[in-house]
Design a protein around this ligand. Structure first.
Ligand code: DAH
Length: 358
């Protein structure tokens, strides 16, 4: 290898070995700087004969160009690598994590309440509300349960401490007082349902101190028992998602309705499972009747002109029946495992449109 080739090789090796711009610059200075080795060659051209210069000039110039090109190429390589390293170092993750799988779920009581509201909304019922802490008059007296009425005993009422006047408020024992509030706040006709919390001092597998009811009230000049039956039947079909439902209206007694009935729907037990709508067993699902004229009078509605029906059902019980939930107490224990098992996805909104119920 000629001296020139050795020199070029050395310089190119040094170029390739340079790891950063500073080291590369060092190499450039030793080759192409004022005192650099290639510069020295170029200077030597000055002392040559014109012939020598003619042959050596292009050789040295080409060497100089190759060295300069190699340095420029290496510089670009180093700069790109440095930029990549910097980009990697200074990377900022501007993305947001996707939302994790939903951990919460809709409680069966909320779900079933929505389903009930949806079904009755289709039938033209509005939602009415009343307070959980109710006065004795709305909860009992106005509903034809005067102070001495024996039916009061059946309610296991929670009483609040007496106020100055000696009156004791109660935690409402049923949603029926919302009937009174609705009628006193407006003028007939009325067509409302009132879902909400109710309270009784009672606790076992099928009773909890707090539970949920839904009340219905329909009042106008012509409403009769046939409307009541039709309405309940339509509700049961839509709610239990069956095309036919066998029902029976058992005569019963409630102070606020006359006549009164309890509604049973046919069912069969298949092992642990219960099939609703058909079969030889009966399941009680609600109390109902034609509004007692005394209740109309108490609520300021002319009982000679208006008539109507009412019913009241336990929401928790409807949820247990529809979704096969065995124990009522677990509804209110806030056990996450239970909620995950029996809960509903937030967007699992009941829709009647798909069932074609009108
Ligand atoms: N309020 C009754 C209860 O809690 C249920 C009920 C029965 C409501 C008959 C009504 C009705 O509106 O007409 O036991």
């Amino acid at each position: 290898m000629s001296d020139l080739e050795t020199l070029e090789q050395e310089i190119l090796d040094a170029v390739r070995a340079a790891q950063d711009v500073r080291a590369l610059d060092q190499v450039r200075v030793t080759a192409l700087g004022k005192k650099g080795k290639v510069s020295a060659l170029m200077r030597a051209l000055g002392g040559m004969t014109p012939e020598e210069r003619k042959t050596m000039g292009p050789i040295y110039n080409q060497l100089k160009d190759r060295v300069a090109d190699a340095i420029a190429a290496r510089r670009q390589e180093i700069e790109e690598a440095e930029l990549d390293a910097r980009l990697a170092r200074e990377r900022i993750d501007v993305t947001l994590p996707v939302r994790p799988e939903p951990v919460g779920s809709v409680h069966p009581v909320s779900q079933v309440t929505e389903e009930i509201i949806e079904i009755f909304a289709e039938m033209g019922f509005a939602v009415a509300e009343g307070p959980d802490i109710e006065d004795d008059w709305h909860n009992f007296t106005a509903l034809n349960m005067g102070p001495e009425h024996p039916a009061r005993q059946m309610h296991d009422t929670f009483y609040l401490a007496p106020d100055e006047a000696g009156g004791r408020k109660v935690l409402r024992t049923h949603t029926s007082p919302v009937q009174i509030r609705t009628m006193m706040a407006g003028k007939p006709p009325f067509k409302v349902i009132a879902p909400g919390r109710t309270y009784r001092s009672d606790s076992d597998a099928t009773h909890t101190p707090m539970f949920h009811q839904v009340e219905a009230l329909m009042v106008d000049e012509t409403t009769h028992m046939g409307h009541l039956k039709g309405c309940i039947e339509e509700f049961c079909k839509a709610f239990f998602e069956v095309s036919e439902v066998r029902m029976r209206f058992r005569p019963s007694y409630f102070p606020f309705t006359e006549p009164s009935a309890e509604v049973d729907i046919a069912c069969t037990f298949k092992g642990d499972e219960i099939v609703l709508g058909e079969g030889d067993d009966w399941m009680e699902i609600m109390g109902c009747g034609m509004v007692n004229p005394r209740v109309f009078e108490n609520a300021g509605v002319d009982s000679t002109r208006y008539q109507g029906f009412a019913f009241g059902a336990g929401i928790d019980r409807l949820a247990m029946l529809k979704y096969g939930i065995p124990d009522l107490r677990q509804f209110f224990e806030s056990d996450l495992r239970w909620l995950r098992h029996y809960g509903f996805a937030a967007l699992d909104i009941p829709t009647l449109a798909t069932r074609g119920v009108r």
